[in-house]
Design a protein around this ligand. Structure first.
Ligand SMILES: [Zn+2]
Ligand SMILES: [Zn+2]
Length: 427
């Protein structure tokens, strides 16, 4: 019990509460075909911890085990659902083995529950069942949780995309719009403030929001393509929480033989014409650092490589070797090109989920955004550069975002409401 519980932690790459010990334990179920033993051990631990006012983290672990290893068994999936609901409504998230307050359990439980509800919602054709799943989804979007440290607003997080998709199908387009509007405004706000630490997540979420609205597909791909870019060097350098201390981190990157680097020109023509704050920017640059930029992808954020959701041995390091596909509905599914091709084979019936990996990490017939957009040359000195057929387009990221907010977003909704849904000519 101590061996399992003490190892509870968030895997920063997959955002899952999978400690190393737990992976071994779960894999043993697969190797021996004895999943029941794993479930019984968890149940015994939960029972023991419950008597001492704990058990929430282990309940989450058991739910995740069920979801990964018994994905195709509806009865076990229902058990996972009960556990996730219990985690979300738990009074305490303390891990008794370590004493840590595992508040992230709540996000994980909500994310997995939303994905689960979405699949159940999609696979029933009964309107009353769909409405019942929508009701469960509404509850987890609106419910308060028991932890003062918890600061996630579900209406401004990825689960709201799932909620919006459900609303559109069986409720109303105006509720669909309301949910997306709130998400959109929160993303734009996060990308306009002086804290760069949330920009990466906000760009992915913004890309998903835009992908849900007809006519904004190109903007969705640009937002996703900007995911690895430094949007504003000055803000990145002076970020309040110091997450991106570029003056330090980029020196390390420059030494990394995997990254080709070159100096950014100190005073580009675009900057002279576009940047109102030019004087202070130049002064700041001269003072603070010799900035290094990636030759092909522009000003790349210093961040660790992530694992592909389809195969943990596939490493994704920005756009280095492959396009990347992000699932629009599931919370954090990033796929390399090989895994995306495999999913296509599953969707057309040529392969089964079990043929392409040890776990089901995404759903059938999901929709994805491919990045980077064709001709993407990154963001350089705050300017988006896209080169297609020898034509180079440059626009400051701030202007792109402002025009999106003030014009394109509004026009897309006007077109959405005006659009005639019947066929053009029936012939
Ligand atoms: Zn992969
Ligand atoms: Zn998916």
């Amino acid at each position: 019990m101590a061996w399992l519980c003490a190892d509870f932690r968030v895997d920063q790459e997959s955002y899952q509460h999978y400690g190393y010990h737990r992976v071994i334990f779960h894999e043993s179920a697969r190797a021996t075909g004895n999943g029941l033993f794993v479930a019984q051990v968890y149940e015994a631990i939960i029972k023991f911890q419950e008597m001492r006012g704990g058990g929430t983290p282990m309940r989450l672990c058991l739910a995740l085990f069920y979801l990964v290893y018994y994905r195709n068994d509806p009865q076990v999936v229902d058990k996972a659902k009960v556990l996730l609901n219990q985690v979300l409504r738990s009074k305490s998230q303390i891990n008794l083995a370590t004493g840590y307050n595992e508040v992230d359990c709540l996000d994980e439980a909500r994310d997995r529950l939303a994905e689960l509800l979405y699949e159940q919602f999609r696979y029933t054709s009964e309107l009353t069942s769909k409405q019942q799943f929508l009701g469960e989804m509404r509850k987890i979007q609106e419910e308060n949780v028991n932890n003062a440290l918890y600061d996630t607003n579900p209406s401004e997080s990825s689960t709201a995309i799932i909620y919006a998709c459900m609303l559109r199908k069986v409720s109303s387009n105006s509720q669909f719009q309301d949910v997306l509007e709130r998400l959109f405004q929160s993303c734009v706000k996060a990308l306009s403030d002086t804290d760069s630490s949330n920009d990466q997540a906000s760009l992915v979420l913004l890309a998903k929001v835009l992908a849900c609205v007809p006519g904004l597909e190109r903007d969705a791909r640009i937002a996703f393509s900007a995911k690895y870019s430094i949007l504003d060097q000055k803000i990145a350098l002076t970020s309040e929480d110091g997450t991106y201390g570029l003056s330090d981190i980029h020196r390390d990157d420059a030494n990394d033989k995997g990254v080709e680097t070159e100096s950014i020109p100190e005073n580009s023509a675009e900057q002279q014409s576009e940047n109102k704050d030019e004087e202070s920017t130049v002064e700041w640059k001269e003072e603070r650092f010799r900035y290094k930029s990636h030759e092909k992808w522009g000003d790349i954020l210093p961040s660790d490589p992530i694992k592909c959701s389809g195969n943990s041995e596939h490493v994704i390091r920005y756009w280095e070797s492959t396009p990347i596909y992000v699932c629009i509905t599931y919370i954090d599914v990033h796929l390399c090109a090989a895994c995306f091709e495999n999913i296509k084979l599953v969707n057309c019936g040529e392969k089964a989920w079990n043929d392409i990996g040890t776990r089901r990490f995404c759903g059938e017939d999901h929709r994805y955004i491919k990045g980077p957009i064709e001709g993407w040359k990154g963001i350089r000195d705050g300017v988006i550069v896209i080169e297609r057929e020898d034509v180079e387009t440059r626009m400051p990221f701030k202007d792109w975002l402002e025009d999106l907010k003030m014009n394109r977003w509004k026009r897309a909704w006007e077109a959405f409401w005006k659009r005639e849904d019947l066929v053009n000519v029936l012939e």
